[in-house]
Every structure is written in C-alpha cells, then in structure tokens.
Design a protein around this ligand. Structure first.
Ligand code: KIV
Ligand code: NA
Length: 278
C-alpha cells in the first residue's frame, strides 16, 4: 500500500472511486487517521478554531501551520498530507507565496498545499505548480474571507453565484491545481462543477455529487468542537463526553483516595529499611 500521489488521486476520480479526506492537526489525530485508512489528511487552518480556540481562521500564522504539519507528518508517515496556507501568506506576490508554500513542504513535509480563491489567485497557483508544489484549490465558502463575506452562508444558490464558481473552478484547473475543495455549495452546483472539470472535487457541505468528502476531525468525533450543530456534518462518535467523563472519574478518584492503588505504586527491595534514622 504505497502512499497516494496526485496522479492516483486524479485516477480515483476517473474510476469513480470516492476520496476520503479528514483534517488532523497533531501526532495522535494523524496516527489514528492513517491507521483507519484515510486517503488524504488535511492540516486545515481550521486548527485555529478547533485546536487554538480562535473565532475564525484569520489569526492562524504560517508558523502555526508548519508546527502542526510537522506533527501530523510524524503521526502519518505514509499518508498524502495537504497543508493549508493561512490568511495573507499568499495573494501577497508570487515570490512570498512561493517562499511561504515551500516551508510547508520543506519543514512540514506536506505533499501539497491548499489555497482559498479562484481566478484571482490563478497566477500564484500556477507559480507554485511550476515550482513543484502541488496545489489544492478551495472555493465556495472560504473562511479566511469571513469578514468580507459577512457570515457562514451557503454559496451557489443563485445562478450568478453558480456561474462565478464554475469559472473559478475552471481557472484553478487551468492553472494546474490537482484537486479542489468546495465548501458549503448547493448540491446541484457542486455536481455540475464536478462533471465540468477533470480534477477531483472534494466536498464539505456540498452534497452527494462530489468525487470525495472532507470533514473536520473534531466535528465527526464531537471532540469539543466549538461549532454549533451543522447540517452537513455526520458525527461518528462522542469522544468529548467520553473524555470529560474519564477526567471527572480521575478527579473523583484522587479526591477520594481511590487512586493510586497498591498496583500503581513502587515497593522497595524486600528487607530494606525505610529511612530508619527518621
Ligand atoms: O481548514 C479546513 O479544515 C478546511 C476544510 C474544511 C476544507 O479548509
Ligand atoms: Na481551511
């Protein structure tokens, strides 16, 4: 089972083989995702929300992303890892974009980067691809622009919006992106974009017509995710409750003296005097 490549990902689309993507942010989450057989790990800048406790992804820095990507790679040495470029580490000129992107591959050991935007960043996408840095696009609801968008609302509800999304998707494909995330896009529009381009479309809140799906680790596991109920998330476990109850039981045991027990303690050699001068 050799690691995925961008060539294999494109082939998965052609063969109608759905691509599973999950975010991960550190050694244990990456390790468990790899052991469970995930196709692609995304070190999302959603770590700003779910790991660092910010309200948006805007405060996330490139250093944050490098740090977390390194940990993910150590946990998932054999998985295709995509790392998000945070707010304003691209769109600031090709040279800075290239230098910033390179850090995620050289220091973080990611296989690829992800950028939010369409035709407006096609030049920067092209520059990365020519430099040997695979790029995943991200259209629809783009959380780094939340202050400009004014809220987390569904994209592609109106025909005009849908046409703009399609043109952006085509621009990213033409610029050499190897895949595209569509976030919070109506199902018919996501499906239409999926069939209009040859690169895999990975949906989140984009319905059933995509080539793959991505969700956030803390959301599917109910791991103290700061978000309220989201229609597009399916939860597979409630580890938040499991962890809270376990910690509560530990606190109780310490308070009552139920922990530690003899089996948790270390005896001395038999016949040894215990500080007999005291
Ligand atoms: O940061 C992230 O987790 C993402 C996914 C939601 C696509 O960009
Ligand atoms: Na992101």
């Amino acid at each position: 089972n050799r690691p995925l490549t961008i060539t294999k990902l494109k082939k998965m689309k052609q063969e109608g083989n759905p691509i599973s993507v999950l975010t991960a942010y550190d050694y244990p989450s990456a390790r468990l995702a790899e052991e469970a057989g995930i196709d692609v790990i995304l070190v999302g800048d959603s770590l700003g929300n779910v790991v660092l406790g910010y309200d948006t992804t805007v405060p996330v820095t490139l250093d944050d992303m490098v740090y977390h990507t390194k940990a993910v790679r150590r946990g998932a040495p054999n998985t295709f890892v995509v790392a998000d470029m945070p707010f304003m580490t691209y769109r600031v000129g090709k040279e800075s974009t290239l230098r910033n992107a390179a850090r995620l591959l050289q220091e973080g050991l990611a296989n690829a980067i992800k950028l939010e935007g369409g035709a407006d960043i096609a030049d920067e996408v092209g520059a990365c691809v020519r430099a040997g840095i695979p790029v995943m696009g991200h259209l629809g609801l783009t959380p780094q622009s939340i202050h400009q968008l004014g809220g987390y609302r569904i994209q592609g509800k109106l025909e005009q919006e849908a046409e703009a999304l399609l043109q952006d998707a085509k621009a990213l494909e033409a610029a050499g992106a190897f895949a595209l995330v569509l976030e919070l896009v109506t199902e018919p529009i996501a499906e239409a974009i999926r069939s209009a381009i040859s690169i895999p479309v990975i949906g989140i809140g984009a319905g059933r017509g995509c080539d793959g799906q991505v969700l956030v680790y803390h959301d599917i596991l109910q791991y103290a995710s700061p978000y309220r109920e989201k229609r597009f998330v399916k939860t597979y476990a409630d580890i938040g409750t499991t962890i809270r109850n376990a910690i509560g039981a530990y606190v109780q045991d310490v308070k009552t003296g139920a922990f530690p027990e003899q089996k948790h303690a270390f005896p001395m050699e038999p016949g040894t005097a215990v500080l007999s001068h005291l």
